[in-house]
Design a protein around this ligand. Structure first.
Ligand SMILES: Cc1cc2nc3c(=O)[nH]c(=O)nc-3n(C[C@H](O)[C@H](O)[C@H](O)COP(=O)(O)OP(=O)(O)OC[C@H]3O[C@@H](n4cnc5c(N)ncnc54)[C@H](O)[C@@H]3O)c2cc1C
Length: 357
């Protein structure tokens, strides 16, 4: 088979590889995305929550305005182009986990930059949903969830229609960079490109090219629950979250486990999540679980992405480390990396892997 030539090879069609391919192809590049059918995909498991004020202290990262506006625009562009909604905007109820947490709310609400993200508080007797909220909470705006499996399937077909997708596994050890480009072989296909970008998610921990990066994988499990009579109008977010899906089911998550890094579902996680649901709605009966999934979040030691060029092999790049908030931040960083590769724009310093040099 003759060698096929591209500007950029992308290893992985998770949300990261898909968003980067979209940005590069729309900038005029010839791109080939290689994926093994989502064998280890965090994106296919994730709830896709968009929450600009995550964490116990409702911290607002300085980059949040850029992240949020890039995400909202990108998902809306895709919805227009493909004629189906991908981002489902839904207000979020944040439940205080202690009386002390209210202090963090009051600090946040005084920050002018957080206006438009944060709504009023409620106390335990006036929760807008029929759930136990012993310390009260508040509503958050510009939140929602992205239907990531639908987005990946849509972009899979879009890439395939452009001859920009190659199904199969490409072990990183079989990639051969040299001074002028990079060669790879996937099955019978021989590929040659200017560069290759690794978007391989948590599998990067066994990738010999970027082994030195501080990738912090974290296992998580999620349940889907059959809809009963109760149809929440909000995403509910306390120690765990509950998302009313457009399909009518509820999604309940997530566990966080650092020690065991496999994608097996477990009885312990199922019990943990059901106990969390029981704490929210003690009077509700048994819930019927329709699905349980596990995946590995590809995090980093400082919770910022890992983006940049290999220090010695200049044809190899990494676009990874999106942790538990890929749905919010990947659209923005995909645009920044595409602008860097295509037009030489600077990479955002907080995400550039040179910060670990
Ligand atoms: C339980 C759970 C809940 C989550 N909830 C949320 C949430 O609510 N909001 C949010 O924003 N984020 C959430 N996340 C995190 C989110 O999934 C990630 O931030 C994001 O999806 C990472 O995307 P990625 O493309 O970097 O990696 P991945 O989605 O893992 O994609 C990597 C792809 O590369 C392929 N691949 C890897 N190596 C090779 C190879 N050698 N050859 C061929 N193909 C290869 C894999 O099969 C996969 O398809 C959650 C994650 C988990 C596990």
């Amino acid at each position: 088979m003759p060698e096929r030539k591209f500007d950029t090879l992308i290893l992985g069609q998770g949300l990261a590889g898909s968003a980067l391919a979209w940005a590069l192809i729309n900038a005029g590049q010839r791109v080939c995305v290689i994926d093994d059918g989502h064998r280890s995909s965090s994106s296919m498991v994730a709830a896709g929550l968009i929450n600009p004020l995550a964490g116990l202290r409702f911290n607002r990262r300085p980059e949040v305005a850029d992240w949020l506006s890039a995400a909202e625009h990108w998902y809306a562009d895709l919805a227009r182009q493909f004629g189906q909604p991908l981002l489902h905007p839904l207000p979020m109820l944040r439940l205080f986990r202690s009386a002390e947490q209210r202090r963090f709310y009051h600090r946040r609400v005084q920050d002018p930059a957080s206006r438009g993200l944060i709504g009023p508080t409620f106390d335990s007797g006036h929760c807008p949903e029929p759930i136990a909220a012993p310390f009260g909470g508040f509503t958050q705006q510009r939140t929602g969830y992205v239907d990531l499996p639908l987005l990946l399937a849509t972009l899979h077909d879009w890439l395939a229609a452009r001859d920009a997708l190659l199904p199969g596994e490409l072990p990183p050890g079989q990639i051969e960079p040299d001074a002028r480009g990079v060669s790879a072989r996937v099955g019978a296909h021989r590929l040659r490109a200017e560069r290759l970008v690794f978007c391989d998610g948590a599998r990067a921990r066994t990738n010999p090219w970027f082994r030195a990066l501080p990738l912090v994988p974290e296992k998580g499990e999620i349940l889907n629950i059959a809809s009963g009579e109760w149809r929440p109008r909000h995403i509910i977010n306390g120690a765990y979250w509950l998302v009313p899906l457009a399909s009518g089911e509820l999604r309940l998550g997530a566990t966080h486990e650092h020690g065991r890094i496999d994608a097996e579902i477990s009885a312990a996680a199922r019990e943990e999540l059901l106990a969390a649901l029981h704490a929210l709605r003690p009077e509700a009966g048994m819930q019927r679980i329709t699905r349980q999934q596990a995946g590995i979040r590809p995090g980093s030691s400082d919770r910022y992405p890992l983006i940049g060029r290999h220090p010695e092999q200049h044809r190899l790049w990494v676009f990874n480390g999106f942790g538990a908030r890929g749905a919010l931040i990947i659209p923005w960083y995909a645009q920044r990396l595409a602008a860097h590769l295509h037009g030489g724009a600077a990479l955002p310093a907080e995400a550039d892997i040179r910060r670990f040099a």
